[in-house]
Design a protein around this ligand. Structure first.
Ligand SMILES: Cc1cc2nc3c(=O)[nH]c(=O)nc-3n(C[C@H](O)[C@H](O)[C@H](O)COP(=O)(O)O)c2cc1C
Length: 404
């Protein structure tokens, strides 16, 4: 998934803001993701960062002057505007926002923005008073009306030492907006996907708990890839140290019971439910309110069965809903997974063995087998994001078959 923007053209528009320096990093991140990046700067932006930086990173001429003839002949503001898959104007000064909102095209950046037919994303960055000025706010509203996507600035210490709204969000946020717009085909648009991930934690007392080794990586990768393919994703997560995928409805839970409740509240509206979480099968019968004191003899904790979330989903499946479970085994993987598929009334089980090298918990790779009622597909060892892509393909096929 490293080159997820392969074949995509991204136009970056940079205006005269102190935050312009951040765009060198954004450019570098986009190049690493495989994008063809073209940078347009306003004349005032040249005071903040040198175009050579962008030319070196992109291998493309950095455009500033609409009437520059010193490059291969074509009308750049039109051709770039047509070629672009997405245009990000960041940092967007109050001035460029005002110009774009009012159709002014008096430099290369504002002219290209007017000519571009692709999605345009704007990230305002300026002093708090400039940002809160009603004129700027009206201009931002106008841009939204004209289908620009606006990335809200964040609160922080600004270059002028004021504290407030107006700071350009970090580079990753800007890149995430571009990824959401351009990465992957949007074949899950209009679909709702529920993913559970991570490890549940079953309290023994206020200090101790029972958990497992799940990192949440597999589930988070599925949530991210489903989001990039256009789905409306809800991620219900137990313990995980993974970064929360952007643009997903994130619900944090602790115990198996919390997860069950969150799933019950959300499952009905879903097209796909993917249960990648490692949910505790047992939980302490009694949870001590006080820390249990250490004694010299052995300690026994009585455990009771938790709710079987996958079984609940299988038994309460709605028409055309696809339910996917995961099976992690140390022996008899395929037989156990086939039996789980039947017993839980799931549509598919993703089986992975803890004994297989590069597979299972924590790592970035997985080797899985998809098991359905009438088929079995063993995949090679691959990054978890690629497993996620293949799984989503498989789930789409299952849904298509169900809907015939
Ligand atoms: C040090 C400095 C920092 C500036 N930072 C910003 C800024 O973050 N946002 C902004 O809207 N204007 C900022 N300005 C003012 C703009 O550069 C100015 O309005 C300029 O005309 C914008 O031109 P442009 O939109 O064509 O790039 C700054 C000016 C200076 C001198």
């Amino acid at each position: 998934m490293n080159k997820i923007l392969d074949g995509k053209t991204v136009v970056l528009g940079i205006s005269g803001s102190i935050a312009a320096y951040k765009m060198a990093n954004v450019t570098s991140m986009l190049i690493k993701l495989g994008a063809d990046v073209h940078v347009i700067m306003t004349k005032n932006a040249l005071n903040f960062i040198n175009p050579i930086t962008f030319e070196t990173l992109t291998n493309n001429k950095c455009l500033v002057d609409t009437f520059d003839r010193n490059f291969e002949f074509h009308v750049s503001h039109v051709s770039l505007g047509q070629k672009a898959d997405v245009m990000l104007i960041a940092p967007a000064s109050a001035n460029i926002i005002s110009k774009m909102a009012n159709g002014i095209a008096d430099d290369m950046l504002s002219t290209t923005a007017l000519a571009a037919t692709c999605k345009k994303i704007v990230a305002p960055a300026m002093n708090t008073h400039m940002y809160n000025n009603r004129i700027t706010q009206d201009n931002i509203e106008k841009l939204k009306k004209y289908d620009f996507e606006v990335i809200d600035p964040v609160k922080g210490i600004l270059a002028c030492r004021d504290i407030g709204d107006g700071k350009l969000p970090d580079e990753e946020t800007l890149v995430n907006h571009i990824l959401r717009e351009t990465a992957c085909s949007k074949d899950l648009k209009g679909k709702k996907v529920l993913v559970t991930a991570g490890a549940t934690m079953e309290a023994i007392d206020p200090v101790r708990y029972i958990t497992n080794h799940s990192s949440g990586k597999m589930g988070y990768a599925i949530a991210k890839m489903a989001m990039l393919r256009g789905a409306d994703v809800t991620l219900i997560s137990g313990n995980s140290t993974e970064d929360i995928p952007p643009f997903v409805n994130f619900i944090k839970v602790k115990s198996a019971m919390d997860m069950f409740k969150a799933v019950k509240e959300n499952y009905k509206e879903m097209d796909f439910i993917i249960k990648a979480a490692a949910v505790a099968d047992y939980t302490p019968v009694n949870v001590s309110e006080e820390k249990i004191k250490k004694k010299d003899d052995d300690m026994f904790i009585k455990l009771k069965r938790t709710e079987d979330i996958l079984k609940f989903l299988g038994e309460n499946k709605l028409k055309n809903q696809i339910v996917c479970g995961f099976a992690m085994e140390t022996s008899n993987l395929i037989e156990n997974a086939k039996e789980k598929l039947k017993r839980k009334k799931a549509d598919i089980i993703v089986a992975n063995s803890l004994k297989e090298e590069g597979s299972g918990f924590k790592g970035d790779t997985n080797k899985v087998t998809f098991i359905t009622e009438d088929d079995m597909k063993a995949l090679d060892l691959m990054p978890k994001e690629e497993v996620a892509v293949k799984l989503i393909d498989e789930l789409m096929d299952l849904k298509d078959k169900k809907e015939v």
